[in-house]
Design a protein around this ligand. Sequence first.
Ligand code: SAM
Length: 219
Amino acid sequence: MSSRPTEITNEIFNYLLKNFSAEDEFLLDLKRDATAAGIPEICISPEQGKFLQFYLKSINAKYVLEIGSLAGYSAIVMARALPKDGKLIAVELNPRNAEFIKEQAEKAGLSDIIEVVNQDAQNFVKEFKPDYELDFVFIDADKRAYHKYFDYTAPLLRKGGIICADNALAFGMIAQDDPDSEPKNVNALKRYNEKVASDERFFTTLVTMGDGMAMSLKL
Ligand SMILES: C[S@@+](CC[C@H](N)C(=O)[O-])C[C@H]1O[C@@H](n2cnc3c(N)ncnc32)[C@H](O)[C@@H]1O
């Protein structure tokens, strides 16, 4: 039936990983090192990584802001899709994670592109006044603040730029009428999706990859 998505079986998932994933030995090592350092494996999936790279390349992205960087997996994946003079600002609250990301960016040869900011992103976005327009914003931090991240970064984005928010399917609970929203923040994610879908300055869709990404194109 063509009106419903094709089910991604384990076999298909492995096929996708083998043929189209952005994940290489470096990223596998990063995940192993992160686990060994006690950082949970809650990064984006390999196919999300490839998709983000595809998007960044297709819009000729140069300036990216990431909110919530954990161990640097998505930051490194995205930075790899930027030109040599590109910039990715990775905002991460946890100082241990921030230090880990710096080490990994160095190891990946991407420390000229990735700038790690160890700060609460809710404070950072209020003060952030870059002397360039952003091409892409990736929101993947505290779900209850997603709407603030959108509001503060929307004016900093160029026309044709994109704000992408992860976990738009709220861990599979987005369509529940009365979700037990703790600790998954389902209601906050619902409110975010509704907000961006109705914002006429943007053209928004929800990509059902990984746990879903709400992608808003600035018109
Ligand atoms: C899901 S993880 C990010 C995963 C990462 N984007 C990846 O795919 O590799 C969420 C991260 O957001 C960080 N975080 C949570 N609240 C934050 C805040 N207010 N400011 C900055 N970072 C925050 C957490 O410390 C955590 O590392």
